[in-house]
Structure formats: structure tokens, C-alpha cells
Ligand binder design. Structure first.
Ligand code: ADP
Ligand code: F6P
Length: 448
């Protein structure tokens, strides 16, 4: 089999660059271990507009992976990343058409950046490469590569949800975008619902292709290992000491409106109102690093969260107890994993999510003798595989509050039974097995 070429907007940490929080980089970094690979994408840097013409591809090889990255000009970053990808496609794909800020200029920039990526990548390709393109930033990349004469097999995987056509068609040019996906030999999505929606779109625009389901996973062994060995870390012990024996509820999410954070905080407030015996008797730690902080909706969200957290802490807090410990910076994985293990319950309550790796990480991190309880939104892509979690509708504050109460009062034997039923799937579908299934499907396709 030829070399694997991964193309994604976000490329993970190379040497001293910090690892961004986000499912794609985490899953793929686990998936590419031990395979000859070229990984192409954005460098994470912005350059002045007048330097775009002369930009070069930077190459850096670490072990088996060669990272080839390009800078984006300031205008490209605004139009392609903030504007079209995260201000238009992201809300639409998360069923939030009302949050879409459509602009023709951004659409133009999005296509121009995809063309530029194709032009920079094409000279690096070999004829037997398998090319695997990731996520909504790069929908048209396959077609742009085909227009440059690239004949390799090209697959596409969408990490986020795909909405029904009745919603998708709100996007000006949706038909054209849908038709451009024809350039891919394999089109992969996270869930059956997403596949049904993509296939509905394909049939409307007359594309004969069919999307296939490849649910993504984590590397459970290494996460479990990090979770147990990390308990000795002084930072983890600092957290444990600060709990003073009280149960810990944890939430870990990028700061994104898809994650249902204001709804979650309000549900926690309902919990404190309905079950006052827990005031001062439980610790809730919410770790929410700022993400896409200059996209307007994300700024609004940050202000809203500051307000809700301030309100709850001001109303229910005491001089020796803070209802929500709220952090807006990323926490390294070697601490997150043992934090998960220390907690009695996790709140994973997105309004809509492609998969949600945090849900799987939480299960992997648990101590099988004394496991914690996963409270999971029915609208996370992970929900169909995790029916032994406490499944909730994140819009229903009472339901989430009751689930919190249930998780804190659940018997040890019920916690063990639920965890034992959740665990096999987390171990069966891993980042590695997900990548292998996709690559095998792509390798089996005959390139035209
Ligand atoms: P998304 O891709 O939308 O960010 P996922 O839950 O699928 O959501 O993936 C998030 C990944 O980023 C997980 O591996 C998670 O551990 C990591 N992550 C999320 N929040 C943080 C944080 N506060 N600090 C460090 N890593 C984080
Ligand atoms: O998993 C969805 C996703 O959008 C990835 O494509 C992305 O890398 C991650 O979330 C984090 O977002 P961003 O790259 O915008 O920081």
C-alpha cells in the first residue's frame, strides 16, 4: 500500500507547538502511529496579505510523519477559517442555521484557500499515495486536486454532524458544494443519521455516491494508563486534596456553543435548587479552553458563560465553597486523564456533536472497582454506542439535574454494571481501528 497523506486544516503539535484541544488532532495523532505518512495543513500562523504570493511549504519530519504546512494570510484566516468554516458551515452542520453569518466574500475566500492548498500539496504527491482529507474546512479540496490532474484515491471524513437537506439547502451554493464531493472515492461520516442526511443531499443533486459510517474512537489503553499513573502527579494530588473528600463532577469541552454549556450551567443551578442537600457538598470543575475566540458568536458565548457562572457562584457560593470551578485554559492530557478518574460524574451534554471523544475518554479513565457515571447528551454522536450512560436531553434542565442527582446517589454495584457495559465498545472502536477501517475502504476502491 502507498503512503498515507492526511490533509486537515488543524495539524497537531510538531515539536514545541502546544497541542490544540480538539477531537480531530487528538484522534489522528493516535491513528497515524507506526505508518509512513505525510500530513498537510495549515501551520497555525497568519502572515500579512502581501506575503501570500511568496509563501512556501514548511517541512518537518518527526519519526514516521512528515508535516508539510502552509501559513494563511490574515484575510484568508478571516474569510476561510473564521468566516466560512466556523461562521457558516459550523453552525449549519450543528443544526443552528440561525447563527450562520453568510457572506459571498467568505465563500470566495474558502474556495480560494482550498485551491491554494491543492496547488501546494500536488507537487508533494506520489502516484500511489492514498489521500485522506478531513473535515468541513476542506469539502472542495478533492475536486481542486482532481482539477490539477491528481488521480490518486482520495477519501473524505467529516468529523462533525451533517444536517438534513431541508436545513443544508439554507446554504447558498449548497448544491454545488454537495456535487463537489463527487471527487472523493470514499465519503465517511460519524453516525447513521449523518450518512442518511448526506445521502439525501446526494440524491437531491444527483450524485450517485453513498456516505459510509466510520465512528471514531480514542486510544483507550494509553488513556487508561495516563489516568492511573497520573494520580501521583503533584497537580492531581493538589486537586484531590482540594476536594476534601467531596464528590467531583467534571466537564471538559472546548468553549463552543455546540457543547451546551449555558444550558448545562442552568441545569446545575436547577440541581442546586432542587437538591439543596448538595450545596457545599459537591465540587463541579468545568474546564473550557477558549476556542475560535474572535468569531462573533464565540465572543458572545464567552460573555454569556462569564455571566451565568458569576450568577451561580454569587447566588449559591459560600465563603468556603465555590459552586463552579471554571477554567478557560487548556489542561494537558496527562492531567485531564487522572482528573476524569477522580470524578464521580462527567457532564457531557452537547446540543449536537459529531462524536464527542471526551465521553469515551471518561469511560477509559475510570477505575473499574469504583467507576464514575457518564451523563451524556442524546445528541452526541457517541450516544447510540453508549446507552448505559445516563442519557439526557441537554435542553431539559430538570432531566439533567435529576441525572446529576442519580449519578451522585447511585450504588457502587450499579456504577460498576453500567461501566462494564460501556467499556467494551470504547475498547473495540479505537482511533487506530477507525483509521484502519477507513484506509482499508479507500485502498479497496479502484481509482478512476
Ligand atoms: P471537539 O472535536 O469538538 O473539540 P471532542 O470531544 O471530540 O470535541 O474532542 C475534544 C478533544 O480535545 C478531547 O480529546 C479532549 O480531551 C480534548 N480537550 C477538550 N477540552 C480540553 C481542555 N480543556 N484541555 C485539554 N484538552 C481538551
Ligand atoms: O472535531 C471538529 C473540529 O472542528 C476539528 O476539525 C478541529 O480541529 C477541532 O474541532 C477544534 O477546532 P479548531 O481547529 O477550530 O481549533
Amino acid at each position: 500500500m502507498g503512503r498515507l497523506v492526511i490533509v486537515s486544516n488543524r495539524v497537531p503539535a510538531v515539536r514545541d507547538r502546544a497541542q490544540p484541544a480538539g477531537g480531530l488532532a487528538v484522534a489522528l495523532r493516535d491513528a497515524v502511529q507506526g505508518q509512513e505518512c505525510l500530513w498537510f495543513g495549515w501551520s497555525g500562523q497568519q502572515i500579512p496579505d502581501d506575503e501570500g504570493e511568496d509563501r512556501r511549504v514548511s517541512i518537518d519530519t518527526v519519526d514516521n510523519v512528515t508535516y508539510a504546512t502552509v501559513d494563511l494570510t490574515k484575510s484568508e484566516y478571516n474569510g476561510f477559517y473564521e468566516g466560512y468554516s466556523n461562521g457558516i458551515l459550523w453552525p449549519l452542520c450543528h443544526y443552528r442555521a440561525g447563527l450562520m453569518n453568510y457572506s459571498r466574500q467568505d465563500r470566495h475566500t474558502y474556495h480560494a484557500v482550498n485551491t491554494m492548498f491543492a496547488q501546494k500539496l500536488a507537487p508533494l504527491l506520489k502516484s500511489d499515495d492514498l489521500i485522506w482529507v478531513h473535515d468541513y474546512h476542506l469539502f472542495p479540496l478533492g475536486l481542486a486536486l482532481r482539477e490539477l490532474g491528481i488521480k490518486c484515491r482520495i477519501g473524505f471524513f467529516l468529523h462533525i454532524p451533517f444536517p438534513p437537506w431541508s436545513l443544508m439547502r439554507a446554504l447558498p451554493g449548497a448544491e454545488k458544494l454537495m456535487r463537489s464531493l463527487r471527487a472523493y472515492d470514499v465519503m465517511g461520516v460519524q453516525t447513521e443519521d449523518d450518512a442518511r442526511n448526506v445521502n439525501e443531499g446526494f440524491s437531491v443533486v444527483g450524485v450517485p455516491a453513498q456516505a459510509r459510517v466510520f465512528p471514531i474512537g480514542i486510544d483507550p489503553e494509553s488513556f487508561q494508563q495516563q489516568a492511573s499513573s497520573g494520580l501521583d502527579n503533584p497537580e492531581v494530588q493538589k486537586l484531590e486534596k482540594s476536594l476534601r473528600g467531596l464528590p467531583l463532577i467534571i466537564g471538559v469541552d472546548r468553549m463552543d456553543y455546540s457543547k451546551g454549556l449555558p444550558e448545562r450551567f442552568r441545569a446545575y443551578e436547577v440541581f442546586l435548587r432542587k437538591y439543596p442537600e448538595y450545596r457545599g457538598k459537591v465540587i463541579y470543575l468545568q474546564i473550557t479552553p477558549v476556542s475560535r475566540g474572535s468569531v462573533p458568536e464565540y465572543k458572545v458565548l464567552r460573555e454569556e458563560l462569564d455571566g451565568v457562572v458569576g450568577h451561580i457562584n454569587g447566588t449559591y457560593g459560600d465563603f468556603d465553597w465555590v459552586p463552579i470551578r471554571y477554567l478557560t485554559h487548556p489542561v494537558p492530557r496527562e492531567l485531564l486523564a487522572p482528573f476524569f478518574r477522580l470524578s464521580r460524574a462527567a457532564l457531557v451534554t452537547p446540543l449536537r456533536d459529531g462524536m464527542n471523544l471526551v465521553a469515551k475518554e471518561y469511560v477509559a479513565a475510570q477505575d473499574k472497582e469504583d467507576p464514575g457515571v457518564l451523563i451524556l447528551s442524546r445528541f452526541a454522536g457517541a450516544a447510540p454506542e453508549m446507552e448505559d450512560a445516563l442519557l439526557v436531553n441537554p435542553h431539559d434542565a430538570d432531566e439533567v439535574a435529576d441525572a446529576l442527582h442519580k449519578s451522585l446517589s447511585m450504588s457502587l454495584s450499579e456504577r460498576q454494571v453500567r461501566w462494564k457495559r460501556l467499556q467494551p465498545d470504547v475498547w473495540r472502536v479505537t482511533a487506530g481501528s477507525w483509521a484502519r477501517s477507513f484506509i482499508t475502504a479507500l485502498a479497496e476502491v479502484r481509482s478512476e
